[in-house]
Write a protein that binds this ligand. Sequence first.
Ligand SMILES: NCc1[nH]cc(CCC(=O)O)c1CC(=O)O
Length: 336
Amino acid sequence: MPINTCYPIGTRKSKLAVIQSEIVHKQLKENHPEFDFPIMSRDTIGDEILSKALFEFKHQVAKSLWTRELEALLIVNQCRMLVHSLKDLPVEMPKGMTIACIPRRNCPLDAIVFPKGSPYKSVANLPPGSVIGTSSIRRRALLARHFPHLRFFDIRGNVGTRLSKLDDPESPFSCLVLAAAGLFRLGLKDRVSQMLSAPFNYYAVGQGALAIEVREDDKEIIELLKPLQDTETTYCCVAERALMKRLDGGCAIPIGVQCDSLAVSSSSFQVSLDGIVVSADGLRSAFASGNRVINSIEDAEDLGTQVALSLLKNGAGPILAEHHRSSDSEDSTKQA
Ligand SMILES: NCc1[nH]cc(CCC(=O)O)c1CC(=O)O
C-alpha cells in the first residue's frame, strides 16, 4: 500500500454542492477503491452575502465569490480537490490552480418551476405583470426578449431556500428559473414544468457540468482524476469557456450558449456552438454560431474563439460595453 491513501474533497456547504461532491466521490471510489476521499464542506462569501443580487458585485469579486475560501484549503493541502459547478468558476483560473477534470455533463438547460398548486404550466401563459424570480441577468434578459410584459425580481439563496420562497402563499413570484441539472441532482425532477431550450433560451457557459479544481503542481491527484474525465463534455465546455473568455464575460454578463456534439470516432467529435449576447432589457441581441470537428482542447478553444469573434462582428461589442459600464459604476445596478 502507498503511504498516502487519503485525498479529501472540498466543497461548499449547500445541499446541492454536497450532492455534487458525493457524485464525484462515488466515481473516484469506483476507480480507486483502495483510497479514501472524505468530503469537507465550508461556507464561502457567496453563501454569506445572500441579500445582494449577483450582478451587483463588482466584476472581479463576482468571479471568485464561490471559490476563494475553498482554494485556501488546497493551498495548505487540507483538501486535494474541490468540486464545483463549472459555471461558477471564472474563465481564468487563479494562479497555481487548474481544472483537472470535467466529468460527464448533466442536462445543461434552464427549467421553469411554478409554485405548488399553480394553474400554469408554461411561462407563455402567464398574465402581464407576472413576476419571474431569478438573479441571473442572462435569464432575465433572455426571457424579457420574448416576454416584455413579464417582470423580474431577484431571488437568492440555495435551491431549497428559493423553492420555499416560491411556495410561500405571500410570495410575489409566479415562477422561478433554475438550472435543470441542480433540480435533477436534488431529486426534484417533479418540480420541473418546462424546459427552456434554443432558439428561445440559451444556457450559461458550463451549466450542468461539474469541474474538479486542484493545485496545478499536484500531479498525483491529477493522475487519479483522469478516469473521471469525459472527453465530449470537456470539448463542449472548453469551447463555451473560450467563447466567454474572448468576450471577457463573467456571471454579470448575459451570454447564453447552446452546444451540441456528435461522436465521429472514439476521440473526435463534431461540435456545434451557438452563442448569444443580449442587452439587459432583452431588446437587442447578437447571435453567432460555428461548428467543426474537435480532436483536441486546442480545437475546442479555437471553436469558442471563432464564435466569439463572429459575435463581435454581429454587434455584441456595444451590448457588452453597456454591461461593463453599468457593473463598474456604484449606483446603476438596478438598470433592468
Ligand atoms: N449559480 C448557482 C448555481 N450554480 C450551479 C447551479 C446548478 C447546477 C449546474 O448548473 O451544474 C446553480 C443553481 C441554478 O442556477 O439554478
